[in-house]
Write a protein that binds this ligand. Structure first.
Ligand SMILES: Nc1nc2c(ncn2[C@@H]2O[C@H](COP(=O)(O)OP(=O)(O)OP(=O)(O)O)[C@@H](O)[C@H]2O)c(=O)[nH]1
Length: 398
């Protein structure tokens, strides 16, 4: 029994937990230095474990510092650590999180803890107050991850750890209500030790989860940057050609259909020359947004060259590809939305605004033996014919 007590000595457990959390805070701190600002929440995720460690020192100093510090301040610092973890998650997941209202709750918590320490000393009441606040925090934190749920390892790890911690904190509160809390945090009741073990694992796994999530986000961002054009958000030339190669391969194995659309914006040099390159850029972005809306999940759009785009239509034969091309052509012709940069720029211009038009060339898969280069050449030739016949039209490759 005495051996068990020494293995699960609460003071050692919370110290080890704090040190582990602090080490993970270093990891996040260095990640933060090298990650772009678009990966939000890293500052809060660094502060969380640092505060946890601070609370650990304060708890461990029980008997050496005034009780106000080792009880009231220590609990408040620990709760503030939970707040930073939560707000870090909110910012990471793109929600607007603020520590302010939670800090107010923390101050109220401090008043309550002080009351039940100095005015009406009552350990179970303090425990109920603290576990109530912490359980609320973990439930909110869990709900946040459930709202943004995905199959990512980091997301699942975070959700699992938070659910476990919400349950344990809740049970600890219930045990206090049921009179099983003992007389102080250093009481070695099995529930107390169990809670502290759980706490140490949570502190560590929350921070590990944060590191995993941040690395996954970075990988996804790099992958996106490598495969998407920065100006328009369409796929890069290499990415769309890779997809075309894969699709062609599949067609030749299974005999299914596919079609390529070469799309060239008309008189684009004139847009640049008349309105400037910034407007030209906005026109390209608008054209891509409109075409992506039409294609949806059914096709892929890549930027083939400056104002030339390539759409891949898996499973489409010639007739379906023509229908899609007409939809794309019509989408480009629609007037500008009144509140866009383009509408306001062009409205104040001496020349009346006109949405861009484009010329389309379709090359549908002809069957075995056809290469991607050949399909691209056919689509390109069809675009030239479309230009020669007056632009703003769809032509089939021969
Ligand atoms: N603003 C802007 N312009 C670009 C970009 N990439 C290419 N361009 C411009 O696109 C124009 C293409 O001009 P051309 O190849 O002569 O074609 P066009 O004026 O569209 O004429 P047609 O294709 O014959 O209808 C050039 O002026 C390029 O500078 C870009 O990223 N942004």
């Amino acid at each position: 029994m005495s051996e068990t007590a020494s293995v699960l000595d609460p003071r050692s457990i919370i110290l080890v937990a704090g040190v582990m959390g602090l080490m993970m805070a270093f990891v996040i701190f260095f990640l933060r230095r090298s990650y772009p600002a678009s990966v939000g929440g890293l500052r809060e995720w660094t502060l969380g474990p640092v505060l946890s460690f601070g609370s650990t020192l304060l708890f461990a100093a029980r008997g050496f510092v005034p009780d106000f510090v080792s009880i009231v301040v220590a609990n408040m610092v620990l709760f503030q650590a939970c707040i930073y973890h939560y707000v870090g998650s909110q910012r990471f997941l793109g929600d607007s999180g603020s520590t302010r209202q939670w800090t107010v709750l923390n101050l109220l918590l401090g008043v309550g803890l002080f009351w039940f320490m100095a005015v009406h000393p009552n350990y179970p009441a303090r425990l109920i107050l603290f576990t109530g606040a912490v359980t609320l925090m973990f439930v909110m934190h869990t709900r946040l991850y459930m709202r943004h749920s995905s199959d990512d390892l980091g997301m699942r790890l975070m959700t699992g750890v938070l659910v476990a911690q919400a349950v344990v904190a809740g049970l600890r509160g219930i045990s206090a209500v049921a009179g099983l809390a003992g007389h102080g945090i250093m009481d070695n009741a099995w529930l107390q030790s169990g809670y502290l073990v759980m706490y140490s694992l949570t502190a560590l796994f929350l921070t590990i989860g944060a590191v995993v999530l941040a690395s996954d986000r970075m990988r996804a961002e790099f992958e996106f940057m490598a495969t998407h054009d920065t100006l328009t958000g369409a796929l890069t030339r290499r990415a769309i050609l890779n997809l075309c190669e894969q699709e062609l391969d599949r067609c030749q194995r299974t005999g299914s259909d596919m079609a390529l659309l070469m799309i060239d914006i008309d008189h684009f040099k004139l847009v640049n020359d008349t309105y400037g390159h910034l407007v030209g850029d906005a026109v390209l972005r608008l054209a891509v947004a409109r075409m992506q809306r039409v294609l949806g999940e059914g096709g892929h759009l890549g930027r083939y060259g400056g104002e030339e785009f390539l759409a891949l239509l898996p499973g489409s034969g010639g007739a379906r590809a023509e229908h899609t091309a007409e939809q794309l052509r019509n989408a480009l012709l629609q007037p500008f939305d009144a509140d866009t940069y383009l509408a306001s720029t062009w409205a104040t211009s001496p020349k009346p605004p006109t949405p861009p038009t484009a010329s389309f060339g379709i090359a549908s898969h002809r069957g075995e033996g056809e290469t991607l280069d050949h399909m691209l050449l056919r689509a390109d030739t069809a675009v030239y014919r479309s230009k020669a016949l007056g632009r703003n039209r769809v032509e089939h490759a021969g």
